[in-house]
Design a protein around this ligand. Sequence first.
Ligand code: NOJ
Ligand code: MG
Length: 567
Amino acid sequence: MFTRTLLGLITVVVALSAPGGSSDVDWWENAALYQIYPRSFQDSDGDGVGDLQGIASRLAYLKEIGITATWLSPVFASPMSDFGYDISDFKAIDPVFGTLDDFDEMIAKAKALGIKIILDFVPNHSSDECEWFEKSVNRQDGYDDFYVWHDGKLNEQTGAREPPSNWVSVFGGPQWTWNEVRQQYFLHQFQVKQPDMNFSSPMVREHLLEVLRFWLDRGVDGFRIDAVPHIFEYRNEDGSYPDEPLSGWSDNPDSYDYHDHVYTKDQPETVQLLYEWREFLEKYQEEHGGDSRVLLAEAYSPVETLSLYFGNGEQRGAQLPMNFQLMYLNGYSTAYDVKNSIDYWMQTMWAQHQTANWVVGNHDTNREADRMGAHKVDLLNVIVNALPGASVTYYGEEIGMANVATECTEISCDGRDGERTPMQWSPTKNAGFSTGSGTWLPVSEDYERYNVQTERGVARSTLQIFKGLQELKKSSAFQAFKTAGGFSYEAVSTHVFQIIRSNQLNEEYRIYVNLGNGIEVLNGLSDKVYEFVLLTSYSPRRLGELIDLRDRLVLMPYEAIVLRWSA
Ligand code: NOJ
Ligand code: MG
């Protein structure tokens, strides 16, 4: 009793005095973030497509598994050519997802539960069915240069008209498409149905700030900004556009990899724009109170560039430039690969800004089970949640969902369908996702085994492990991640990765992950005695068992464990 009180006192003193200690930590810095793909999370009206009422009805689940904030892929009015990443009205909810009233109710429910809602903000382009584009095509109401227009070039030999530059779109094929009405080319870094807006136009910037304000006024906590690197394009002073150089990575002239994107990615103006948006959010917070509003930046860019997007000193940009490095690991990755991947981020972002975030999946990438192998999902989940900083989980990864081999249908024929299938809630019809006769993408055949309801009842299921990790995040050792010496990570053998979290006082966690398919024996890892506090399904141990790390530690193939020492 006495020691407890004494330790309690010491902890309080440390927390108050530690520079960079937990009192300085803003909510997003070590948040558990969760991405919802709204079409696939929960259907409330039986049409086989997920919706806002469905999401609202599942917010309690997010609370249960320890989520701080959830970001929703786009729910705005859209012809759905890119499933919502082609917006036709930035201030309207698409009827397939519900109404603005449904949205407000969802926000109210999230607030009551203490879960933050982050929306997808897609500034680079709109749908070609957006009123703004229609006005621009017809040169109406000052919308002339709202998009990126150009006459193209005349080929002197053939006399034919050609696109302004050789730029190839992210999805392949030319970035320029001829518009018959306006008799000019327009730019689209993505699909033809996603024309790029012209950010040199003050009117574009104003319109998009209005969009941000509209959703902030409805109570959202921040935005995930889509396609950040693509926002600005370089233009010569005479108004022409320079060709991009060959990259040497591809032989296919129609492929995005054919060129090195020096003129269409990560332009300096984009960095400035992020600072402007952050300033806007900070001003909004000053005026309206509440917690920090956040910006997540989607940028497949070098970490050095992400550091610019984050900002420095007075120039603050996106708090969470998303770190995709761990998504590049695969089933053959060793503990050294994991370390290198983490180092790449930490040596720049942590060293300069003491910030980290770890994304392990999204709607554009194969699921963990497919990238790593089903038996390694828990290992990856342990690593990302044991590292300091924020974790970003794609819906379903917490239960070990796998990609589904899908076929083209009338609704969708997208190479990314496989990772977008319905959330698996229960071992019942349509996995509990929908009461309808069908679902927009097929439910995975493995849903009777991998689903929330079943996994709740199975010790050491992927779901239980995920929940256990979120509990650990609340411990004082995990909270002290900005204190000097608060964490370390290391490859202790080719296959075993170690993470240490400590409050530098009376609590230390050691996490060991064996990525290999062999038994690992490690000697003299520490001079203390630890307790097993979290075990994965390959562990022969029991919770509460003690281990003296002066002796040897034996790890089974694919085993991950969490050990705790306390004084
Ligand atoms: C990135 C999004 O994540 C992806 O799904 C979309 O197709 C492109 N941006 C274009 O908006
Ligand atoms: Mg652009």
